[in-house]
Design a protein around this ligand. Structure first.
Ligand code: R5P
Length: 314
């Protein structure tokens, strides 16, 4: 049964995306304010009644990551104490997603810790997109709707034409993730043989499994962070005499040296979603940003009305 009223609020990380969602839903953005005291403590006030309402809080992960996460937890707490009927955290890019396993002695599983923090704060449900590891879903004891941007990316590339193209997965672990995109485009796919040692941020690409020579490439990753992986992949593709290279990802983290690296790479286009806001200075001339607004809004609508989400991806 739907709760009384659907209300969408925005944290401070991605107001543009929250506005797109509200515009699709033809609803005003919920009134709330966030600020920091001089002692750096975050404070949230919800400036309208949310009693019994079906509340959705849009907050993605982007720098400063810890402030964004803390703000979301405080936002949830404020809604809970204001007697919201149900609280859904809409987190397009999940924080600490890469810290998802204990693969060395004495290291944390921060993605799991985040799931517990959200639950303890009072979230009843989470909506997120293209988790770095889909198994993160299992960290939650509350329902989590795991969406994908693949259909949006596929639609974009389909429009450009698929002749002589191959989809390329960044590593063996992502092959299944990328296979779906290849299916949607009715294209073959190849896989980068990439290996990581220890907690090195950078894994090394050693070769490509599959036929890429003479083909145009659609490289698709869950995220492009420092673009080190992309740099390696482009080098391998050039060694293999691949044709044009289109790089794409769901989450444009684009941190550290990413922009300088991408500028120097012979790629036709960088296609990303707006799961993370991209500041003007990072908007390269070959950047295309696809919006997740309607996907998230439609998901919110369906959650509110108790309708199927998986039907969106058939
Ligand atoms: C790795 O497992 C991910 O799928 C991405 O390939 C990785 O996060 C990209 O990072 P970077 O851009 O720093 O190489």
């Amino acid at each position: 049964m739907p709760r009384d009223e659907l209300k969408v609020f925005s944290g401070t990380t991605h107001p543009e995306l929250a506005a797109e969602i509200c515009s699709y839903l033809k609803r005003p953005l919920g009134k709330a304010s966030a600020f920091k005291f001089s002692n750096d403590n975050i404070f949230i006030t919800i400036n309208e009644n949310v009693r019994d309402a079906d509340v959705f809080i849009v907050q993605t992960s982007c720098p400063p990551v810890n402030d964004g996460l803390m703000e979301l937890l405080i936002f949830i707490d404020a809604c809970r104490r204001a007697s919201a009927g149900r609280i859904t955290a809409v987190i397009p890019y999940y924080p600490y997603a890469r810290s998802d396993k204990k693969d060395q002695p004495r290291v944390p599983i921060t993605a799991r810790l985040v799931s517990e923090l959200l639950t303890v704060a009072g979230a009843d449900r989470v909506i997120t997109i293209d988790l770095h590891a889909p198994q993160i879903q299992g960290f939650f004891s509350i329902p989590l709707d795991h969406l994908t941007a693949k259909h949006i990316v596929a639609k974009y590339f389909k429009k450009k034409g698929t002749e002589n193209k191959v989809v390329l997965a960044p590593d063996v672990g992502s092959a299944h993730f990328v296979e779906k995109l290849a299916d949607l485009l009715d294209l073959p796919y190849a896989v980068v043989d990439k290996r990581r040692t220890g907690n090195e941020e950078r894994a090394v690409a050693r070769g490509i499994i599959g036929e890429v020579s003479g083909k145009d490439i659609i490289f698709f990753d869950d995220e492009i962070s420092t673009a080190g992986s992309l740099q390696d992949v482009v080098r391998l593709l050039k060694e293999e005499d691949a044709g044009k290279i289109y790089a794409s990802c769901t989450h444009p983290v684009l941190c550290g040296p990413a922009i300088d690296r991408i500028k120097k790479l012979p790629i036709e286009e960088l296609v990303v979603t707006n799961s993370i806001p991209i500041p003007q200075k990072k908007r390269l001339s070959n950047l295309t940003v696809l919006s997740l607004g309607s996907l998230l809004a439609e998901t919110i609508k369906r959650v509110h009305h108790g309708e199927s989400i998986s039907a969106l991806f058939r």
